[in-house]
Design a protein around this ligand. Structure first.
Ligand SMILES: Cc1cc2nc3c(=O)[nH]c(=O)nc-3n(C[C@H](O)[C@H](O)[C@H](O)COP(=O)(O)OP(=O)(O)OC[C@H]3O[C@@H](n4cnc5c(N)ncnc54)[C@H](O)[C@@H]3O)c2cc1C
Length: 376
C-alpha cells in the first residue's frame, strides 16, 4: 500500500507495479483522483496548467487507486476517512508536505503550497483590478517563483515579495541576479522584513503594516501529522523517522519516502523537501520494499542533488548548479535558456514516472558501502 500519490508515492507505486502482479499487488490511497503537479502550482494559480488524472497515464495500469484519506496507520492496516479498514503487508508512507502552520492570520492568505490554495489564489487574482497590491510572503524558491509568475501574468498588478531574505542561501552573485530579474519582471523585492502576522487588509511586519489586496503565503513547508497521530516515531518537525534504507525505525514493514520523511545523517541531511529528492526517494523506497519481500537486505539511501532550477515567469529562469550535497557550485544559467531547461525538468518528472524501472539518479555526497545481501 502506498499512502499518498505525489512525486514520491507515484514513483514508488509504479516501480513496484512494474515488477509484475505475480510478485506485488500495489494499492495507492490518495485524497483525490488527480495528480497534483505541485512544482507547477504557481502556474496553476495564474491559470495555465491542466489537471492530470492519476488514471490517465500517471499510475501504472496494474496499480489500484483508492480515493480516500488515511486517518490512522495501524500495525497491519490503515483506517480511511470513510470508516473502512484496508490491510497491508508493506506500507509506503508518502504523504508529502504543505505550508507549515503557525503564522497568525494565515487564513487571510492563499497558501501556494497546496492545490486548494493555488485554486483560491487563481480566483482572487482574476477579481483584482489594475493597480491592486499583491503581497507574497516568503523569499524561498516558492515565493520567488510565485511572485514572478503573478507579475508575468498580471503586469497591471503591484506585486511585492516580502521576506527576511530572498534566496538567502545562495551566493551573493546569484542572489543579486535573481533580485534583478524579479525587479525586471515587475516584482518589488522587500527583503530584511520579518512578517509577524497576516490581516485581511495587509501584512504585519516588524517595521509596520504593508497594505495588501491579496496575500500569498509561501513560507516554509510542514508535514501532515499522520505518522505522529499513528504513534510512529517522528522527528521534531513531524517527519517520519527512518533508518538509512528508509525503513521506519519502529515498524519494519513501513517505508518512508518524500517530503514527509526524515532519513538519518549522513544519507538524508542534505535532502531538502523537493521533488528532486522525492522522486529518487520514491524509487529507492520501492527497491527497499522489494528487498524486504524477497528476504534480501535493503541498501542504504544514496541521492545526490544537481541544482536548483527557478522559473521567473514563462520567459526567464535561473539555474544554480550545486554539488551533490546541494551546496552551490560556480556555474549558473539564466534568462530564456534557463526557463527552457526548467520547463524540461518539470516535464521530465512525469516522463520518469512512466518509465520507473529505467529511472536513475546520482549517488549521494557520501556513498555508503553496499550492504551484503542476505541469503533467503
Ligand atoms: C509552487 C511550488 C513549486 C515547487 N517547485 C519545485 C521545483 O522546482 N523543484 C523541486 O524539486 N521541488 C519543487 N517544489 C517542492 C515539491 O513540490 C515537493 O517537495 C514535492 O511535491 C514532494 O513530493 P512528495 O511526493 O513527497 O509529496 P507531495 O507531492 O506533496 O504528495 C503527497 C501526496 O500525499 C497525499 N496525502 C497527504 N496526506 C494523506 C493521507 N492522510 N492519506 C492519503 N494521502 C495523503 C497528498 O494529497 C498528496 O497527493 C515546489 C513546491 C511548490 C508548492
Amino acid at each position: 500500500m502506498v499512502v499518498g500519490a505525489g512525486y514520491a508515492g507515484v514513483m514508488a507505486a509504479n516501480r513496484l507495479a512494474a515488477v509484475g502482479r505475480s510478485e506485488v499487488c500495489v494499492t495507492v490511497v490518495n485524497p483525490r483522483a488527480q495528480f497534483v503537479e505541485r512544482i507547477r502550482l504557481h502556474e496553476r494559480a495564474t491559470g495555465v496548467t491542466r489537471v492530470v488524472q492519476l488514471r490517465r497515464g500517471v499510475l501504472h495500469r496494474d496499480v489500484r487507486l483508492r480515493v480516500a484519506t488515511v486517518e490512522r496507520i495501524g500495525t497491519e492496516s490503515v483506517l480511511l476517512d470513510d470508516g473502512s479498514v484496508l490491510e497491508f503487508d508493506y506500507l509506503l508512507y508518502a504523504v508529502g508536505s504543505t505550508a507549515a502552520p503557525g503564522l497568525a492570520g494565515a487564513e487571510h492568505a492563499s497558501n501556494i503550497a497546496d492545490l486548494d490554495g493555488a485554486e483560491s489564489l487563481r480566483g482572487r487574482l482574476r477579481r483584482l483590478s489594475a493597480g491592486a497590491r499583491v503581497v507574497v510572503v516568503g523569499g524561498g524558491l516558492t515565493g520567488i517563483e510565485t511572485s514572478a509568475e503573478i507579475a508575468y501574468r498580471y503586469p497591471a498588478l503591484a506585486v511585492e515579495l516580502v521576506s527576511r531574505s530572498v534566496a538567502g542561501w545562495l551566493p551573493e552573485s546569484s542572489r543579486l541576479s535573481i533580485e534583478g530579474r524579479l525587479a525586471n519582471a515587475g516584482v518589488r523585492v522587500r527583503s530584511g522584513l520579518r512578517v509577524t502576522a497576516i490581516r485581511s487588509d495587509g501584512v504585519v511586519t516588524d517595521t509596520g503594516v504593508l497594505p495588501s489586496d491579496c496575500t500569498v503565503w509561501a513560507g516554509s513547508f510542514g508535514v501532515p501529522d499522520l505518522a505522529s497521530r499513528s504513534g510512529l516515531a517522528v522527528a521534531a518537525d513531524g517527519r517520519l523517522r527512518t533508518d538509512d534504507t528508509l525503513v521506519c525505525v519502529d515498524h519494519g514493514r513501513i517505508v518512508g519516502v518524500g517530503d514527509a520523511v526524515a532519513p538519518p545523517a549522513p544519507v538524508g541531511e542534505h535532502l531538502r523537501m523537493s521533488c528532486q529528492a522525492a522522486m529518487p526517494m520514491g524509487a529507492h523506497g520501492a527497491d527497499t520494499v522489494l528487498a524486504l519481500i524477497r528476504g534480501e537486505r535493503p541498501q542504504p539511501l544514496s541521492i545526490g542533488l544537481v541544482g536548483q532550477a527557478i522559473s521567473l515567469g514563462r520567459r526567464e529562469g535561473f539555474i544554480q548548479a550545486t554539488h551533490l550535497d546541494d551546496t552551490a557550485r560556480g556555474f549558473v544559467l539564466s534568462g530564456r535558456v534557463a526557463a527552457r531547461v526548467k520547463e524540461r525538468v518539470c516535464r521530465f518528472t512525469l516522463t520518469s514516472m512512466r518509465y520507473p524501472r529505467a529511472y536513475r539518479w546520482l549517488p549521494g555526497p557520501t556513498v555508503p558501502a553496499p550492504a551484503p545481501t542476505a541469503a533467503r
